[in-house]
Write a protein that binds this ligand. Structure first.
Ligand code: NAP
Length: 263
């Protein structure tokens, strides 16, 4: 006997699929049977997008892609229209695209602040709003918003990223209570996930391996997370097994926030 997450017959939109977590989410949702429409600023013939398309098609999945800047509302609208014209419906939205906009509060300029708001906060609300009519029609409308463990606690120099990620907790609550019961809205707050961006972060230290080891020691699970684990969690949350979950942001960080750092 086994318990399977089956999303076949459903359409999932995933933003920010050209790398990292978004690519992992797209793969896992496709593995669960959903048709996936992805976007990012990368060209559709870029090696990242072509690689993802080949992986999804290799497991028998369906993948569509459009080049989109999620900070531009007209491009978001055309991505939603593109998805509906190819797939006929939208059941799952994973609003994932984002970037580490890391400054010190004293030095951050208003331009960086505004770009952070546009990308890491407003785009998620706007994407939800544009998908709303289609998600409402679905029997399984769900919005998953990629937050961060910086929504719970932060470190110096991660401003204003942490401000938007904290605000997403409020966005998740508002959408859940205003758009339920037709649509569930859930936030995911990953911690350290194995991505190119985090590899670059380790490389910025004089001894990258020592920094990696020190970071891993902050994780009760004894390792960093994988993009497939975040994707698998998205597939589970999109399924009927998680139908009672909404309005909440789940931390997925290998237990790091459970550990006081003064050890
Ligand atoms: N990795 C982690 O440990 C971690 C931890 C907590 C939270 N997160 C969150 O998870 C999400 C994904 O992060 P990641 O680590 O996977 O980063 P990543 O590898 O840099 O991926 C970010 C994705 O978003 C896309 N993107 C960035 N700006 C965009 C824009 N204006 N319009 C459209 N697409 C855009 C990028 O593609 P293009 O460059 O091609 O546009 C890329 O596909 C982010 O929201 C991040 O805050 C990550």
């Amino acid at each position: 006997m086994s318990l399977e997450v089956d999303l076949s017959g459903q359409t999932a939109i995933v933003t920010g699929v050209s790398s990292g977590i978004g690519a992992g989410v797209a793969k896992m949702l496709a593995k669960a049977g959903a048709a996936v429409a992805g976007c990012s600023r990368s060209l559709d013939h870029s090696k990242e997008v072509q690689g993802l398309a080949a992986e999804i098609e290799g497991i028998g999945g369906t993948f569509y892609y459009k080049q989109v800047d999620v900070t531009k509302n007209d491009q978001l609208q055309s991505f939603v229209d593109y998805t509906v014209s190819h797939c006929g419906s939208i059941d799952i939205l994973v609003s994932n695209a984002g970037a580490n906009i890391f400054e010190k509060a004293l030095h951050c300029g208003s331009e960086r602040w505004q770009y952070n708001i546009d990308l890491n906060l407003q785009s998620h609300w706007m994407m939800g709003k544009l998908c709303h009519p289609y998600l409402k029609k679905s029997s399984n409308g769900i919005i998953l918003i990629m937050s961060s463990n910086h929504a719970v606690a932060t470190i110096p120099g991660c401003f204003p990223y942490n401000v938007t990620k904290t605000s997403l907790t409020g966005l998740v609550r508002s959408l859940a209570i205003e758009w339920g019961p037709d649509i569930r809205t859930i936030g995911l707050a990953p911690g350290f996930i194995e991505t190119n961006g985090n590899e670059d972060w380790f490389r910025s230290f004089s001894d990258p391996q020592a920094e990696r080891t020190r970071t891993i020691q902050l994780h009760p699970v004894g390792r960093l997370g994988t993009v497939e684990e975040v994707g698998g969690f998205c597939a589970f949350l999109s399924s009927s097994y998680a139908a009672f979950a909404t309005g909440v942001t789940y931390v997925i960080d290998g237990g790091r926030t459970a550990l006081l750092q003064d050890m």
